[in-house]
Design a binder for this molecule. Structure first.
Ligand code: AP5
Length: 347
């Protein structure tokens, strides 16, 4: 299949999340312990974590890599689609060098960037600490945290929302502006468009349980990984750690838009991707990388979603969407952070 062979409308996919610049470094367990971080986790920083950023820049060999979960997804989507301007991104940045860097990288990747710019607050950053192939993420949202609902009321943004057919929103954004998520999700459900949501991190279901459940009724495709599914189960007293069982339960939560069943797509690292829908489970094996081929897993889940979406928006079958998702994840795992080789082999 040549990925660029189907005419896809401009702005068909909207992504909404926190645009963050990743400050990535390979670290030892001592640094994780110093700041009370787990090896494979994603958290929002508290005051006690803030010195970490200076610590990293002063004492480690850092790389600055464009990050922010949905922006990673859209960049991956564009890389595979290989036609610019098919996706639009909403999120907030500061009026500074990091914000410009993010804008440049996303635009160069072909994403239409509709940032809300806050002149008072710096662009958000995410410490991406690589320890033995795992990544520990500590996000300092800063300007990203100041996104407001009225940004969506600007004529160009209203037009972008009306024009799009697919909406991809992260659980990370629940901590920032749940009203914006609900506005877009309701629009999607009312107009029979496809609303997609990612559980993003265990803390989202754990601490924002009510908001996540409110959003889920509008969601057509739910993404997550095994830890996020288990965290959802615990937060909602489902009394099971069985990924397939929880995925089935998530797929059966009532939907506002009854015209299509919900699909719940759960990645499990090198283990099979699980898809639950209409009372059934499907499993898709992952072509595993050798240990020496793995650089880091930062962005693996985002790349999977970007690859999946590149096929899904073209109406390709589920198996093909999962397969291209896995391909994109493999490419990203073989590079630092959520970055890709110049050429996508699907072209
Ligand atoms: P991060 O959470 O790292 O990205 P992710 O894309 O979700 O990566 P994970 O390593 O968590 O992967 P996963 O567990 O979701 O997927 P899985 O391992 O199942 O997010 C990175 C970004 O998040 C950063 O850029 C950061 O800026 C951003 N971020 C952090 N906090 C934020 C916040 N508050 N707001 C906004 N953004 C925030 O793997 C997925 C797939 O990969 C598998 O299905 C498989 O196909 C493939 N795969 C995995 N392991 C292997 C293997 N060994 N061999 C072959 N394929 C593999």
């Amino acid at each position: 299949m040549a990925a660029g062979d189907v005419a896809i409308p401009d702005g068909v996919l909207i992504g909404m999340c926190n645009p963050l610049l990743d400050i990535q470094a390979v670290v030892g367990k001592d640094l994780l312990d110093k700041y009370g971080l787990k090896a494979n986790d994603a958290i929002l920083t508290e005051d006690k974590h803030l010195p970490l950023f200076d610590d990293l820049v002063k004492n480690y060999d850092v790389e600055y890599i464009p990050g922010g979960a949905a922006q990673n997804v859209l960049r991956t989507f564009q890389w595979i689609i290989n036609q610019p301007n098919k996706s639009v991104f909403f999120g907030a940045v500061g009026n500074d060098e990091f914000g410009e860097k993010l804008r440049e990288k996303a635009s160069n990747a072909g994403v239409q960037v509709h940032y809300q710019v806050n002149k008072e607050v710096k662009t958000g950053t995410c410490a991406a600490l690589i320890y033995e192939h795992h990544r520990s993420l500590a996000a300092h949202l800063a300007a990203a945290n100041t996104f407001t609902l009225d940004h969506l009321d600007k004529p160009e943004n209203e037009a972008a929302i009306a024009n799009a057919k697919f909406y991809y929103i992260t659980g990370f954004f629940v901590t920032v502006c749940p009203d914006a998520i609900l506005k877009v999700a309701k629009h999607g459900a009312e107009h029979n468009k496809v609303v997609m949501f990612n559980l993003s991190a265990p803390f989202v279901s754990q601490f924002y349980t009510k908001q996540v459940n409110e959003i889920l009724q509008y969601v057509d495709i739910l993404f997550g990984n095994e830890d996020e599914v288990k965290a959802y189960s615990a937060a909602n007293n489902l009394d099971t750690d069985d990924v397939k069982e929880v995925a089935l339960k998530l797929s059966q939560i009532e939907k506002v838009n009854k015209s299509r069943p919900r699909q719940v797509v759960i990645t499990q690292g090198p283990d099979p991707v699980v898809v639950a829908s209409e009372g059934k489970i499907q499993e898709f094996p992952v072509q595993q990388l050798k240990q020496e081929e793995i650089v880091d897993t930062n962005g693996a889940g985002d790349a999977f979603c970007g690859g999946f979406l590149s096929q899904y928006v073209q109406g390709k079958p589920l198996a093909e969407a999962v397969s291209v998702g896995c391909y994109a994840a493999r490419e990203v795992i073989s590079q630092q952070g959520c970055t890709f080789p110049p050429k996508c082999q699907l072209h």
